[in-house]
Write a protein that binds this ligand. Structure first.
Ligand code: ADP
Ligand code: MG
Length: 658
């Protein structure tokens, strides 16, 4: 059965539901409320009164002007007689007949003995509290309508994936998933609601940890390739670099070297704040791998970043005679075929690219090292797919978004971790300002000062063009504004996700070469981009972003020894944004983000999909996460997952445990 066969869902509603990522009946019934209004009888003297009773007079109508009308009638609650008034609900008049039992929600004015109603429901209140689900929704569908569609969908024989083996359901006395869904959408009792949420949360966490544990078991004691590289060769390469490595960088590369040279298969996370210099470590790892004759693959989340890494790798190591190629979703099919061929026969030593690297068509001759940059942007499946391209390949993950240590240990429990804690020498802390939109002149002045010094500026706009949220500043409007202010003196470029590859490349290259001085961009430049001469980052509508995401954006400046600036423009959420003014420590910022937002979005940055939970909150449900971790581990090693077809499919998809 299709979504549009559900009662009440026409083509227009369907479009709106799609906006909420609801495309199937299963999506619909698993679109959970984020809150419940509890409807229960209250006293009259409470802030918000909810009370039932009988109408005792025909409602009187008054009109004040074209826009205002009022209904008023006598109301008997059984304990008192009072008046009820409600504004602008004239359409209710014919239903509000004397002797009708209704529930009134509103505020009681004792002096006037009047209940000013904000809402009227027909029928009496139940004796036990009723829970009314409230959903996040879009313009055009009210939360109540959404609930109606969901209730209609619950009447069908809806399907769902259930990632929970029977023995665990018994162990915890869980509700059935079907009942859990019914109860969370249409709660009839507090206890049942609690059990429903409990099960559904647990299932989310279990599924997540189950996937993690598959990876972990897959790695454990895995023997990998053995190499015999002399560290002197690495030292030579380090000496030829245009800068001196920091001691943390040196330690990291030594740890990686040891892993690569040992028999054990490397499974390491390289953590370091934005700008700490992780890329060079990846390059050196690639070099070590190359010295021992193996191919390397470096996977990055965006095309722009792929090009950047490709160009800097070539620049740094052109005297090593290494053949490097770039492969992204936008590589032409002719070029792709050629690259596939040369990867398979070993003519290519290093391939840098996006998730195009993991499509089925790509085969390697002898893949020895797999690196993912900005690993938090990739899903578990994508990660393991790339790894499976080289059955013994060593794996290095790099990430700038640190997460609080306890959580990291749970989530990355299977990995070794190298840390780059200090920045390269001579870096100055980025000076950060928070400005209101009305203070734009000051922002322009700062930009002007920096531009005059021959430095460059990023300007971030959150949206590409006017959409539903028209109050948000958009790229096009910004371009106009910037042109007015600077167009005569400086070149302005625009970058956004809807541009094609060559357009993006052109703009990015121009910015790198300082042919463009002001780059107006969406968050496509959020991760990884490195243009050291850019010293100013201006972010419009900063309140729209998570703290860690803003920290990442700020990390685009302050990448050499020039004093850099970041201006957050926002009329809202001053307190939250102030955290960024107080510290430039990514760890602290992520802790704050975590405190404020719980998880939902653990890294404060858009996730790959498998890290965003609908119900669970890593902070509040940490105990449950630990349980799910242990349970899923046992389930895997005892092969109890075999009784559940969804879990079995998952194991087969991610890897073969045998
Ligand atoms: P991230 O860790 O955010 O990926 P990058 O690897 O892009 O950071 O490095 C940021 C900038 O710092 C780059 O321009 C890089 O060339 C430079 N860099 C890296 N290591 C050092 C160092 N030890 N000394 C000086 N500059 C460095
Ligand atoms: Mg980087």
């Amino acid at each position: 059965m299709e979504l549009n066969e559900i009662k009440g869902i026409g083509p227009k509603t369907l479009g709106l539901l799609n906006k909420l990522q609801i495309n199937t009946i299963e999506d619909l019934v698993e679109y959970y409320p984020f809150h419940y209004d509890v409807i229960k009888r209250t006293d009259l003297n409470e802030e918000k009164v909810t009370i039932d009773g009988v109408i005792e007079s025909i409602p009187q109508v008054s009109f004040f002007n074209k826009k205002m009308n009022r209904l008023m009638f006598n109301f008997n609650t059984g304990s008192i007689l009072c008046k009820v008034v409600i504004f602008n609900r004239i359409f209710l008049k014919n239903n509000l007949k004397p002797n009708t039992m209704i529930t009134v929600i509103g505020k009681y004015d004792k002096e006037k003995n009047t209940l000013v109603a904000s809402d009227i429901r027909f029928g009496s209140l139940p004796n036990i509290p009723r829970y009314e689900p409230i959903y996040h929704t879009v313009n055009g569908i009210s939360s109540r309508e959404l609930n109606k569609f969901i209730l209609n969908a619950l009447q069908t024989n809806f399907s769902y994936n259930e990632y929970m083996p029977e023995y665990l359901k018994e162990k915890y006395n869980f509700l059935e998933k079907r009942d859990s869904i019914i109860n969370i959408q249409n709660p009839n009792h507090a206890t049942n609601l609690k059990s429903a949420i409990n099960y559904l949360k647990y299932e989310e966490l279990f599924l997540y940890m189950f996937k993690m544990n598959i990876l972990k078991l897959n790695n454990k004691n895995n023997l990998g390739l053995e190499r015999n590289v002399d560290f002197k060769q690495v030292e030579e390469a380090i000496k030829s670099l245009p800068f001196t490595l920091t001691s943390d960088q040196l330690n990291s590369i030594k740890e990686i070297y040891d892993d690569l040279n040992s028999h054990k298969r490397m499974n390491r996370l390289l953590q370091g704040d934005v700008g700490s210099g992780k890329t060079i470590i990846a390059f050196l790892a690639i070099l070590i791998n190359h010295f021992s004759g193996y191919q390397s693959a470096l996977m990055v989340p965006t095309e722009i970043l792929a090009h950047q890494h490709y160009n800097s790798f070539i620049k740094l190591f052109n005297n090593y005679n290494i053949s490097v190629e770039i492969l992204t979703g936008k590589t032409t099919s002719k070029d792709k075929k050629d690259i596939y061929k040369r990867l398979k026969n070993g003519e290519i030593d290093v391939v840098i690219g996006t998730h195009a690297l993991i499509t089925e068509d790509v085969e390697y001759k002898n893949l020895g090292l797999v690196i993912t940059d900005e690993q938090h942007r990739f899903g578990v499946n994508q990660r393991s797919n790339l790894k499976n391209k080289g059955s013994l390949a060593d794996v290095l993950y790099m990430s700038a978004t640190p997460i609080p240590r306890t959580y990291a240990l749970t989530i990355y429990g299977d990995m070794d971790i190298s840390n780059i804690k200090t920045m390269p020498r001579g870096r100055k802390e980025v000076i950060t300002y928070l400005k209101k939109e009305s203070e734009i002149k000051e922002v322009l002045t700062l930009m002007y000062h920096e531009l005059k010094l021959n430095h460059q500026v990023y300007v971030i706009a959150p949206l590409i063009e006017d959409s539903d949220k028209i109050d948000l500043t958009n790229v096009n409007k910004l371009e106009e504004q910037m042109n007015k202010a600077f167009g005569k003196l400086y070149n302005i470029g625009v970058l956004h996700g809807k541009m094609n590859k060559s357009e993006k490349d052109e703009v990015m290259n121009k910015f790198k070469n300082n042919d463009i001085q002001i780059l107006i961009s969406t968050t496509v430049i959020e991760v990884g981009i490195d243009v050291p001469n850019a010293t100013t980052m201006v972010i419009f509508d900063a309140f729209r972003f998570g703290l860690s995401q803003l920290h990442q954006l700020r990390g685009r400046v302050g990448r050499n020894n020039l004093q850099s600036y970041c201006v957050l423009i926002s009329n809202h959420e001053k307190e939250r944004l102030n955290v960024l003014l107080e510290t430039t420590d990514g760890f602290k910022i992520s802790e704050e983000d975590f405190k404020l937002r719980g998880s939902g979005d653990l890294f404060g940055i858009r996730q790959s999909g498998d890290m965003t939970f609908k119900l669970a909150n890593l902070k509040n449900d940490y105990k449950m996460l630990l349980m799910a971790k242990d349970d899923s581990y046992e389930c895997l090693i005892n092969k109890q997952y075999l009784e559940n077809k969804y879990l079995t499919e998952l194991v087969n998809r991610i890897c073969n445990l045998d």
